[in-house]
Design a protein around this ligand. Structure first.
Ligand SMILES: *[C@@H]1O[C@H](CO)[C@@H](O)[C@H](O)[C@H]1NC(C)=O
Ligand SMILES: *[C@@H]1O[C@H](CO)[C@@H](O)[C@H](O)[C@H]1NC(C)=O
Ligand SMILES: *[C@@H]1O[C@H](CO)[C@@H](O)[C@H](O)[C@H]1NC(C)=O
Length: 420
């Protein structure tokens, strides 16, 4: 045999490079995890047309993505020449059942794990802490139980963690204060107990939803300064609103409704430079602190303070807030007359001041006449509720007065003898 010419050799090298480029093989360790995952899903929950049903390990997973096998559920990236690693596992909304703990989660290149809205049960696996590069973990809407493993606190690249709508119990691990890159934390709709932990080290955290759990104790004394939205509705949190919460410079939404908070609603919530939506309904607040004139910079659009124990007169300043357009003070123990400022804000708001589009004052002990300007309002143009008070003449045929007859004179006088 003669020698190959140089160009023939080069030709084969190029061909070989092209071949390697087109065909990569999945790292053996990743294949192992994928097999474990498929095996841990209850076969009865894998319908013929479903994603997992197409996973067939007689071929290489990453090399056959999107074909007849491995039609979906995976993304891979070539990390070293010709070796692919799994970077995304997306098996959401398939109703799969089974356990996640029989998988040992060694997928060091995984960035996104999404198995939301299935029927997985059992514990949240400790070994998820081996997903060292993961940025997003979605376990929402399954039937996971037990406590949240504190090992998750070591996922230093994690940006979004969704544990909501499961049956998780126990406390939020203190270790979560180590999730330095976390932006979004959702664990609403579980059975989490204990006090809410301090998460003040999470300098990127924007969003917390802890609603519908059984969190008790007082609100934390410190918060991530980056917080934009804090929702902790429907827990058993007690005590006052701490100054540190109001000191958050970027917060736009605070929802602490359906808890056991008490004391005064602090004035500084009404002078806050970014707060737009404040929901404190269904607590035990007894009063609202009046701010000075500095509420002119307030960004507050909607305030719901209904279903508390708030006493005293309707706070006049709420009728002067520049952007406020929805106010509910329903079902408190407020008395006195409806301030002219409220009526004017509803009918002729001043230059640069938002109109009240929704003003709910029902279920109090307000007395006196309905302010004249309100009587000209057309039904349907705005939402106003004045029912179940002590107002002088508020016939149900007036749309303003719907939502209940006025209280009886004896009930009104038993509350406040000066009520005429
Ligand atoms: C999952 O279950 C629900 C309720 O049983 C059903 O409506 C839905 O179609 C199922 N989804 C899939 C992908 O099978
Ligand atoms: C995976 O995580 C578990 C539990 O956190 C740990 O015991 C195990 O050593 C980890 N495995 C690897 C390969 O890192
Ligand atoms: C509060 O959460 C419980 C479950 O944690 C739920 O049953 C209840 O309906 C919720 N209440 C409100 C007012 O959302």
């Amino acid at each position: 045999m003669g020698c190959f010419s140089i160009s023939t050799v080069l030709f084969f090298i190029v061909l070989c490079a092209l071949f390697l480029h087109a065909h990569s093989t999945t790292h053996w360790q990743d294949i192992e995890v994928l097999k474990q995952l498929k095996n841990s899903v209850d076969p009865n929950s894998v319908s013929p047309g479903s994603c997992l049903n197409s996973w067939d390990f007689s071929v290489d997973p990453c090399d056959n993505l999107g074909g007849e096998k491995f039609t979906c559920g995976l993304r891979c990236d070539l990390v070293v020449s010709s070796v692919s690693r799994v970077t995304e596992l997306a098996l959401d909304q398939w109703n799969y059942s089974g356990s996640l703990t029989s998988v040992s989660w060694n997928l060091p290149y995984l960035q996104n794990l999404d198995i939301t809205n299935n029927a997985f049960s059992g514990l949240v696996p400790e070994s998820l802490s081996n997903l060292t590069r993961v940025q997003r973990v979605g376990l929402s809407g399954n039937s996971l139980s037990g406590s949240i493993p504190s090992s998750l606190g070591s996922l230093s690249n994690l940006e979004e963690l969704y544990l909501d709508n499961n049956f998780l119990e126990g406390e939020i691990p203190q270790s979560f204060n180590g999730l330095k890159n976390l932006k979004r934390l959702e664990f609403q709709g579980n059975q989490i107990t204990g006090e809410f932990p301090e998460l003040d080290q999470l300098i990127n955290l924007n969003f917390i939803d802890a609603s519908d759990n059984a969190i008790s104790g007082e609100l934390p004394a410190s918060y991530p300064a980056s917080l934009i939205e804090l929702t902790m509705r429907n827990n058993s949190i007690e005590g006052n609103i701490p100054a540190s919460l109001i000191g958050l410079n970027f917060v736009q939404v605070i929802d602490l409704s359906h808890n056991k908070l008490s004391g005064s609603v602090p004035a500084s919530l009404f002078t806050h430079p970014s707060l737009e939506q404040l929901t404190l309904s269904y607590n035990q607040f007894g009063s609202v602190q009046e701010p000075g004139i500095s509420f002119q910079n307030s960004q507050l659009i909607a305030a719901d303070l209904s279903n508390n124990e708030i006493r005293g007169l309707l706070p006049g300043f709420l009728g002067l807030m520049p952007r406020l357009s929805s106010l509910s003070l329903e079902n408190n123990k407020l008395s006195g007359m409806i301030p002219t400022q409220y009526a004017l804000k509803m009918v002729f708001p001043g230059e640069g001041v938002s109109q009240f589009e929704r003003l709910l004052l029902g279920g109090n002990y307000l007395f006196g006449p309905i302010p004249g300007p309100l009587l000209d309002l057309k039904a349907g143009s705005v939402t106003v509720r004045l029912g179940d008070n002590c107002l002088y003449r508020c016939p149900l045929r007036l749309f303003l007065c719907e939502g209940g007859e006025q209280k009886s004179l004896s009930e009104c006088q038993a509350f406040g003898p000066i009520i005429p």
